[in-house]
Each structure stands twice: as structure tokens, then as C-alpha cells.
Ligand binder design. Structure first.
Ligand code: IGP
Length: 221
């Protein structure tokens, strides 16, 4: 994660890309989506992403690491911690409120930050009723259709929701579809304090250049 000084500081988290299951788009009802995610976790992640976390940590990388995984079971949180994670992604689309509540508590106990991800208004409202949430990620990508619309961030931070988020002192992370300094400025103006970026950085041969292009300047420390 790279941090920038100043009141409008934006924290950047980037991702390592893994293959997505091609069939995921076909699973629309939530139960099947959950099942598809489960398959994804068992068939891809156990072989890859947790080990990637460990490899990155062992390579001497000091910055905080987010385990961006389809967490559906508590053991994944403990496992990620063992592999060197500092933060965990909890996706509201695949987790009932009770699980989120329970997992957020586990994260606190383990000293992990929980980034709770929402996409729509209903998910945001659900999550705002759960105590102890300090970080909310707004995913601009619809996980069923994979459509991306960065105005989603603005929509979810408007009016009473935005007010409640500020009252609760929740840090909001803008996720997905961010490619230019204008995009970053747009979500920042909407109220996000951090961004989660994949494609625009991982598709560059030099990630440093990708980051500089995204922010319009070098923000590395
Ligand atoms: O590559 P992008 O558009 O910059 O997106 C990064 C990240 O937000 C995205 O990979 C992501 C965030 N949460 C997710 C949940 C499932 C799949 C993907 C995601």
C-alpha cells in the first residue's frame, strides 16, 4: 500500500490477478453464486492466492497485505493470517449478516483489518447496521454481470447513507474500474479515502509507472 500525505490522502491497494471461473457469469441466483464462489475458492485459491500472500511476505515486502479472497468460512481468515495477511476482504454479496458480524469479530481478535465490500444500496444498508465495521469497500463492478460503473461509488455515498458513514467514522475504499487520475479524483470527491486497483496497474509492465499514471504523479514512499 502506498500512502500520500495531506488531508486528501488516498491510500492505494493493488491486486494480484488470478483466473476467474469462466462460468461465474452464468450463476445468477445468490445460492448458486455462493456455490460458484465456493468452487472458486477450493479449486483456485488454495493452490494459489494464499501461497502468493506468503511468497510476497517472504520476499520481504513490508507494506500491509490484503487477502482479496472469496471468504465464506472462518478458517480462511485464520489461514490468511498465518500466511501473512494484514487485512481481509469480506464480500457482503456472498455472506449473511451473521457471518459478517462473526468474521469481523474474528478479524479484530487476530489484529486483522476487515474490508467489507458492498455493491448496491441494499448491501450498504445491511452492512451499516452491523456493529464494529471500520472499513467499507464499494465495488463498482457488479459481480454477476461484471459491468463496471464508477458512479456507483457516488450513488452509495450520497444523502443519509453518506452522513451515517461519516458519523460512524467509517473509511470508504473505492474499488474497481479506476484507470485515470480523473477517476481517482471522482471517487475521492465522492468521499473515498482509499482505492483498490487491479487492472490499470497489473496490466503495465512496470507497476510503478502504472501507479504514477493512475495518480498523475509518483506517490510511492
Ligand atoms: O481490476 P479493477 O477493475 O481495478 O478491480 C480491482 C478490484 O476492485 C477487483 O478485482 C475486485 C474487488 N472486489 C472483488 C470481488 C470479486 C472479484 C473482483 C473484485
Amino acid at each position: 500500500m502506498h500512502r500520500r500525505e495531506g488531508p486528501a490522502a488516498t491510500c492505494l491497494a493493488s491486486v494480484l490477478k488470478k483466473p476467474r471461473p469462466a462460468s461465474l457469469c452464468a450463476f445468477t441466483p445468490q445460492a448458486r453464486l455462493r456455490h460458484a464462489f465456493y468452487n472458486y475458492v477450493t479449486s483456485y485459491s488454495l493452490k494459489g492466492s494464499f501461497e502468493n500472500l506468503e511468497a510476497i511476505r517472504n520476499a520481504g515486502v513490508k507494506c500491509p497485505l490484503l487477502c482479496k479472497e472469496f471468504v465464506i468460512d472462518a478458517w480462511q481468515i485464520y489461514y490468511a493470517r498465518i500466511k501473512g495477511a494484514d487485512a481481509i476482504l469480506l464480500i457482503a454479496a456472498v455472506l449473511p449478516d451473521l457471518d459478517i458480524r462473526y468474521m469481523v469479530k474474528i478479524c479484530k481478535m487476530l489484529g486483522l483489518a476487515a474490508l467489507v465490500e458492498v455493491h448496491g444500496e441494499r448491501e450498504m444498508d445491511r452492512v451499516l447496521c452491523i456493529e464494529g465495521i471500520e472499513l467499507i469497500g464499494i465495488n463498482n463492478r457488479n459481480l454477476v454481470t461484471f459491468e463496471v460503473d464508477i458512479s456507483n461509488t457516488k450513488k452509495l455515498l450520497e444523502g443519509e447513507r453518506g452522513q451515517l458513514i461519516r458519523q460512524k467514522d467509517i473509511i470508504v475504499v473505492g474499488e474497481s474500474g479506476l484507470f485515470t487520475p480523473d477517476h481517482v479524483a471522482y471517487v475521492q470527491e465522492a468521499g473515498v479515502k482509499a482505492v483498490l486497483v487491479g487492472e490499470s496497474i497489473v496490466k503495465q509492465s512496470d507497476p510503478g509507472k502504472g501507479i504514477a499514471a493512475l495518480f498523475g504523479k509518483d506517490i510511492s514512499v
